[in-house]
Design a protein around this ligand. Structure first.
Ligand code: 4AD
Ligand code: MG
Length: 490
């Protein structure tokens, strides 16, 4: 097996490595950003963090020996500093090792009067406004280390099972979901665009010679690939101009879309459930400190709240529960029956009452099913054809499709997928019924003419799984620089 050579360039141990090394009583250099400085007239303790771990390393400055307090005046919270010293077993409590400083260099100062991230509790709203600096906090550095681990887990999961990663295009001329929530991409003069005789914009003069958008999905292209490479997945940014200013929607989010030839809807459910469990497990194994920190953070936040306002389980307990229990699997028809007979429906507590078969499920209904009724993740299949996308396989009853949504506690829909309509004439009819211009999907229809076969896939909202893993409650806090209506800063 090929193993990458250890990164030798400027060999410098990270704080993460120093905190666990067995080789003590030697000179080391710590490079990073000052989290806190405290102490007295005899000694100063500087907590340093370089982003490699949620834990800081303590550097001790002896003010009775080599240093005077005035020397350390620029060593303040937020400053970037290198500290040389002896790595020794710590005499104090709270850390295994510490660095007895012998010299230091300040690379970049941070004026304490102006640096926004002070060692105190900041609200998540405040940190969102300072997203350029928020990764310097324990909460956000943990979130983004977890984000990396989850990305890696996803690629590893598919690679280990013989899937090929396909880069689906970001610029597209099709509305893959048919929901019309696309961002237009154009180089036409916005003030003075070329016009057709009827006054509409003449997109034939635009860069691509037709109207183009940012992708809302990579699925249609993933299907083309699956009908050649059998098992594929995409993992890319996705753009939706839906004006939903909620804690679960972004205008730019990342989606993972596996697509598998010869898989039916049941294989698809098994794949999705296994995939979610295995990737969560991987992050639990590789990020124990970050997840523990995030778990404790929620316990702190919820202190003082009444019991019914707190999370029913602590974060790690919740993750373990999901990994170790089967998801519930029900049909849309069963879901409607449960909801119709539920207390909030009878007492008219739902904003949207569930009275008849065929209505779309709202997030209040999804959360009732997951959090109150089943108290675990739920997979719902067999939705009415009318409320789902054109490409889903029509069931024999002629009115439902082989769709599947996976709902998670605290989040609602995390995965949407289906078995695909592989019959040419049925798909063509659907394209017509949904008023999709045939010339925009001729290539998609073509795959149903040449070597078509049963196939299935799904889309996972990456940030929604991040919400679940980290216990954060606003989707803006699990992506480095969120894009939402009226917000494209940084
Ligand atoms: O259910 P959706 O719209 O499904 C598709 O796009 C299919 N093409 C997937 C497929 O079958 N290959 O979106 C999939 C998932 C949702 O379940 C949700 O988790 C996430 O993408 N999602 C969003 N996440 C953040 N912000 C938004 N605005 C989102 N819209 C969808
Ligand atoms: Mg969906």
């Amino acid at each position: 097996m090929y193993i990458f050579a250890r990164f030798k360039h400027k060999a410098m141990e990270s704080i993460k490595e120093l905190l666990v090394t067995e080789q003590l009583d030697r000179e080391v250099t710590v490079r990073g950003w000052v989290r806190t400085k405290r102490g007295n007239a005899y000694v100063n303790f500087v907590a340093m963090n370089d982003g490699s771990s949620v834990n800081n390393i303590q550097c001790v400055f002896d003010l009775e020996g080599s240093f005077k307090e005035a020397d350390l005046i620029k060593v303040t919270t937020g400053a970037c500093v290198s500290i040389k010293g002896q790595l020794v077993a710590s005499e104090g409590k709270g850390q295994r090792v510490e660095v007895k400083a012998t010299s230091f260099e300040v690379h970049g100062e941070a004026d304490p009067e102006k640096f926004p991230i002070q060692p105190k509790k900041h609200s998540l709203e405040f940190l969102r406004e300072n997203a350029h600096l928020r990764m310097r906090t324990s909460t956000f550095s943990s979130v983004f280390r977890v984000r990396h681990a989850l990305t890696f887990a996803i690629h590893k999961y598919f690679n280990d099972r013989g899937f090929y990663n396909i880069h689906s295009p970001i610029l597209t001329a099709t509305d893959g979901e048919g929901a019309g929530e696309m961002f237009r991409v154009s180089t036409l003069d916005a003030k003075n665009p070329p016009l057709n005789e009827d006054g509409s914009v003449d997109f034939s003069e635009d860069f691509f010679g037709k109207q183009t958008n940012l992708c809302v999905t990579g699925q249609l292209e993933a299907e083309l690939a699956a009908l050649a490479l059998s098992k594929v997945y995409t993992f890319g940014p996705t753009f939706r101009a839906e004006n939903s200013n909620t804690s679960r929607h972004l205008a730019e989010f990342w989606m993972i879309e596996p697509e598998v030839a010869f898989y039916d809807i049941y294989d698809n459910m098994d794949l999705a459930e296994d995939f979610l469990k295995e990737t969560i497990k991987y992050v639990m194994e590789t990020c124990p400190d970050d997840l523990q920190f995030l778990s404790d953070r929620i316990v702190q936040e919820e202190k003082g709240l009444p019991q019914d306002k707190r999370q029913p389980m602590e974060l790690l307990e919740k993750l373990n529960f999901v990994v170790n229990n089967d998801f519930a699997r029900i049909t849309y028809t069963e879901a409607v029956d449960i909801l119709r007979n539920s207390q909030p429906n009878k007492k008219k507590k739902f904003q949207f009452l569930v009275n008849e078969w065929g209505v779309d499920l709202q997030s209040e209904h999804e959360r009732y099913l997951v959090e109150k009724h089943f108290q675990k993740p739920v997979i719902i299949t067999g939705y009415p054809a009318k409320i789902k996308a054109f490409y889903m396989k029509l069931n024999e009853d002629g009115k439902t499709v082989a769709a599947m949504d996976i709902l998670f506690p605290g989040i609602g829909e995390i995965v949407g997928g289906s078995q695909r309509e592989e019959r040419y004439d049925v798909l063509l009819q659907k394209v017509k019924d949904f008023h999709i211009p045939e010339e925009s999907v001729w290539w998609y229809l073509d795959t149903r003419k040449f070597g078509t076969v049963t196939h299935s896939g799904f889309g996972l909202g990456f940030e929604r799984l991040m919400l679940f893993l980290t216990g954060m409650t606003n989707i803006r806090d699990v992506i480095p620089f969120p894009r939402t209506p009226k917000n494209c800063e940084f």
